[in-house]
Design a protein around this ligand. Structure first.
Ligand code: NAD
Length: 482
C-alpha cells in the first residue's frame, strides 16, 4: 500500500521520489510505504489551510460541532478497521487497539463536539463598564504526533483545533501513518470543506521541521520525545507561534504498606506494561514501602510472568511487539546499562524465552520480555531516564517524605500514581509530586474534561477540556464603558 498526502480535499501524490517503508513490528516485514514529502508539499498544504480558514472560522460553534459529530459517526462505522490497522502498524494487541485507540478516537470527536457546542465567551462587569471576552481561531495549526497512540493522539488535537475554527495540517509519525490515512478517508467521505484538515506524510527532519518553522503556521501542537520537543520549540519560537509540547515521562508508582495488595499489583502492572510500556504515562519506577517490599515484589513478578505475549492479532494477547528494531535496540541498551549499574533482574531482561514460543511468522518481530529490575539506586540512569519499553525498576522507601523525594528525582514531570487505602495520605503524597497528573489507586482513568500535560522535561502547556479550547483559540477582551 502506497499512501498519499491529503491536501485541499484531495488525496495527492507527493512531489518527490522518496518513500519510507512502513514495517509491521510483529513480523519485521514491510507492508506499506509512506511518502517523504518535500517542502513544496508542505507549502501546498499550508496554503490550502490558509485559504480555507476564514470561511471555516466564520461558522458558528454549533455548525462546527455538527461537523465533529458527523466525523465521529463515520469514524465509529470504521471502528474495527481502526483497531486492526492500529494493531498491525504499532504491534499492540488487538484488544487494546479496540478498547483504547478505536474507542478514544471516536470519543475525542464526540467530547469536543459537546464542549464546543456549549462554549461561550465570558462577561466581567465593572461598576461603569462591561468586559466581553470572546474566543477566536488562531489560524493555521500544525499538529504533529508520535507512533505510540497514533489516531488517539491525532484526534485529540484535530477535534478541538478545527472545532475552535482553525484549519490544520497534520504530520503523523512516519512509523505509524495508517490510521491518519483512515481519518482522511473519513473526512473525505463526509465532505468536510476542502482545506480544513490537510495531511502531509514524512519524517521529522523533512516535513516535520518544515511545517513547524513555516512562517504561515500560527500554532504548533506537538506530542513526542523531549529532545524533539526542544528542536520544535527552537524552530517555532522565532515566529512567536502558539506552542504546546507534550513530551516524555518517567513516572513513579508509589506503593504504600496499607494498599490493597491484590488490586495494587494488578494496577501497577497495567501502569508498567500497557502497550509494552510505550505510553508516556507508564509507571516505570515502582517505589514500594519497605515493610511490604518482599511480599509486593513476589506477587508482582508472578503477575508479570503470567502476561501473555505474542501475536497482536490474537484476542487473548496482552503484550505485543515493540515499535521498531531501533527502538528495541535502545531498550536493550538500557538493559545492559542496568547490568553495569549493578541492577539484578527479577524477571525478563532478554527476548530468548519469548522467541522460543513464537510462531515462525513472528520470528522477525521486535520482541522483548517484560523486565523488572531491582537493586538500582533511584538516581541511576535506568531509574531516571525514559526507556519507553517494558522495563521497570523497583525501589524501597521508608516514609512518605522519602517516597516524594525519590519520585521528584527525575527531570520529567508528567504523571504518577499512589496506592494506599488512606485516601487523605494518597492526596497529600500526590500533591507533593512535581508533575502534571497523579492517580490515587488507579491509573490512566481519564476524564476528558481534566488538564493533560506535564512540567520540566515533560513539556509545556496543557491540553484537554477547556485547556484545549483555550490553546486552540485567541481571546479578545472588549471593554465597553457605560
Ligand atoms: P519523536 O519525537 O521521535 O517523533 C514525534 C513526531 O515528531 C513524529 O511525527 C516525528 O516525525 C516528528 N518529528 C521528529 N523530528 C521533528 C522535527 N525536528 N520537527 C518537527 N517534527 C519532528 O517521538 P516518537 O518516538 O514518535 O514518540 C515517543 C515519544 O513521545 C516518547 O518520548 C513519549 O513519552 C512521547 N509521548 C508523549 C506524550 C504526551 O502526551 N506527553 C504522548 C505520547 C508520546
Amino acid at each position: 500500500m502506497d499512501l498519499m498526502n491529503y491536501v485541499d480535499g484531495k488525496f495527492q501524490a507527493h512531489t518527490g521520489e522518496e518513500w519510507l517503508d512502513v514495517v509491521e513490528p510483529a513480523t519485521g516485514r514491510q507492508f506499506a510505504r509512506v511518502p517523504l514529502s518535500s517542502p513544496s508539499d508542505v507549502d501546498s498544504a499550508i496554503l490550502a489551510a490558509r485559504r480555507a480558514q476564514p470561511e471555516w472560522g466564520g461558522l458558528s460553534h454549533s455548525e462546527r460541532a455538527d461537523w465533529l459529530e458527523i466525523i465521529a459517526d463515520e469514524l465509529e462505522s470504521r471502528y474495527e478497521d481502526i483497531a486492526s490497522l492500529e494493531s498491525r502498524d504499532t504491534g499492540k494487541p488487538i484488544s487494546l487497539a479496540r478498547a483504547v485507540d478505536a474507542n478514544r478516537s471516536v470519543a475525542n470527536f464526540r467530547f469536543f463536539a459537546d464542549m464546543i457546542r456549549d462554549h461561550r465567551g465570558e462577561v466581567f462587569e465593572m461598576a461603569d463598564a462591561d468586559n466581553f471576552v470572546t474566543y477566536r481561531p488562531v489560524g493555521v495549526g500544525a499538529l504533529i504526533t508520535p507512533w505510540n497512540l497514533p489516531l488517539y493522539l491525532l484526534s485529540w488535537k484535530v477535534a478541538p483545533a478545527i472545532g475552535m475554527g482553525n484549519t490544520v495540517v497534520c504530520k503523523p509519525s512516519e512509523m505509524t501513518p495508517l490510521t491518519a490515512n483512515l481519518l482522511m478517508e473519513v473526512i473525505d467521505k463526509v465532505g468536510l470543506p476542502s482545506g480544513v484538515v490537510n495531511l502531509v506524510h514524512g519524517n521529522g527532519d523533512g516535513a516535520g521541521s518544515c511545517l513547524v518553522s513555516h512562517s504561515d503556521v500560527d500554532l504548533v501542537s506537538f506530542t513526542g520525545g523531549t529532545s524533539t520537543g526542544a528542536k520544535v520549540a527552537a524552530s517555532a519560537s522565532p515566529h512567536f507561534k502558539k506552542i504546546s509540547l507534550e513530551l516524555g515521562g518517567k513516572n513513579s508508582s508509589i506503593v504504600f504498606a496499607d494498599c490493597d495488595l491484590k488490586k495494587t499489583i494488578e494496577g501497577v502492572g497495567r501502569a508498567a506494561f500497557l502497550n509494552q510500556g510505550q505510553i508516556c504515562l507508564c509507571g516505570s519506577r515502582v517505589l514500594v514501602q519497605e515493610s511490604i517490599y518482599d511480599e509486593f515484589v513476589e506477587g508482582f513478578i508472578d503477575s508479570v510472568e503470567s502476561l501473555k505475549i505474542g501475536d497482536p492479532s490474537e484476542e487473548s494477547t496482552q503484550l505485543g511487539a515493540l515499535i521498531s528494531s531501533d527502538h528495541l535496540q535502545k531498550v536493550k541498551e538500557y538493559v545492559s546499562i542496568a547490568k553495569d549499574e549493578g541492577g539484578h533482574f527479577l524477571t525478563g531482561g532478554d527476548d530468548l524465552k519469548i522467541r522460543s514460543s513464537l510462531s515462525r511468522d513472528l520470528e522477525g518481530g521486535y520482541w522483548m520480555a517484560p523486565t523488572v529490575i531491582g537493586g538500582l539506586s533511584p538516581d541511576s540512569r535506568c531509574s531516571t531516564e525514559e526507556i519507553f519499553g517494558p522495563v521497570v525498576t523497583v525501589h524501597r522507601f521508608k516514609t512518605e517524605e522519602e517516597a516524594i523525594e525519590i519520585a521528584n528525582g527525575t527531570r520529567y514531570g508528567l504523571a504518577g500514581s499512589v496506592w494506599t487505602e488512606d485516601l487523605e495520605k494518597g492526596r497529600r503524597v500526590a500533591e507533593g509530586i512535581r508533575t502534571g497528573m497523579v492517580w490515587v489507586n488507579t491509573w490512566l482513568h481519564r476524564d476528558l474534561r481534566t488538564p493533560f500535560g506535564g512540567v520540566g522535561d515533560s513539556g509545556v502547556g496543557r491540553e484537554g477540556g477547556k485547556w484545549s479550547l483555550g490553546f486552540f483559540s485567541e481571546t479578545l477582551n472588549v471593554c465597553v464603558k457605560r
